[in-house]
Design a protein around this ligand. Structure first.
Ligand code: GLP
Length: 250
């Protein structure tokens, strides 16, 4: 795992955006795996700036998102469809038909998941997958579990995730309890993985992701086995990792 430590959130976002920019410049028709959450917001803002400056062209890019809440309409302002449109897609020249987010409104869970897997296959796989990190080590909505789920599936969200994500909803009762998410195999098959993390609240889990045993109880720990992972994290998020590394000389 290649670890890049940044000063703060803005520095993390600029560096992550630069890595994604390099991917788009090197392969204009690349497939970007995209993430939601608060962490990538500024990364998307930097990419929008680069597009507006004429440095990036998304006209041949395809995107595929990690996850979506089950049961939220595309127009719901808490859906990941809405998030991606308002925070990224509406501000760049990506073709809407080339963007893919799991369909939270598809009531047949198996169909929603099969369709998403089929799109990943049709696109020929993911060139670069952007990831955030949940407080409990989840990636996408792959929650701590007894095993690593393979492809897109329907998950019951854990109490800690519902609690963490309730900050975006009017009340905790409004947070959906299920989601459709790419599986660990979908993520691990991406050619490159870029994971971004900021803030002290995630320092313990980041240390486990990098140094701990590979276990489905910490889903992101599987990234230790991926041949091309870059973790861009600020000093606060890497504080526990840096302390443990000094103590153990790892
Ligand atoms: C959410 C998303 C993840 C995201 C994570 C962290 O539940 N499904 O894709 O990476 O939680 O969110 P945040 O960046 O807001 O901390």
């Amino acid at each position: 795992m290649h670890i890049i430590q940044t000063k703060d959130y803005n520095d993390m976002s600029r560096k992550a955006a630069n890595i994604i920019s390099a991917q788009v410049i090197m392969k204009p028709d690349c497939v970007l795996g995209l993430a939601t959450g608060s962490t990538p917001l500024q990364t998307y803002a930097c990419l929008i700036d680069a597009y507006k400056n004429g440095d990036l062209d998304f006209s041949k890019v395809s995107s595929i998102n990690l996850d979506e809440y089950r049961g939220l309409s595309h127009e719901n302002d808490q859906s990941y469809h809405y998030f991606m449109k308002t925070n990224f897609f509406d501000h760049i020249n990506i073709h809407p038909e080339n963007t893919h987010v799991p369909d939270g409104m598809e009531p047949d869970a198996q169909k929603a998941c099969d369709d998403h897997n089929a799109i990943i296959r049709e696109l020929g796989g993911i060139d670069l997958q952007l990831l955030g990190l949940g407080l409990n080590g989840h990636i996408g909505f792959n929650e701590p579990d007894e095993y690593f789920a393979k492809e897109t599936h329907c998950v019951d969200l854990t109490e800690s995730t519902i609690q963490a994500n309730s900050r975006f909803f009017a009340s905790i009762e409004e947070v959906p309890t299920q989601a459709y998410t790419m599986g660990i195999q979908n993520i691990m098959m991406a050619k490159k993985v870029l994971i971004i993390v900021n803030g002290e609240a995630k320092a313990d889990i980041v240390a486990k992701v990098i140094l701990g045993p590979v276990t489905p109880q910490v889903p992101a720990s599987i990234l230790q086995m991926h041949p091309d992972v870059t973790l861009v994290a600020d000093e606060a998020a890497l504080s526990v990792y840096n302390r443990l590394r000094k103590e153990t000389n790892k």
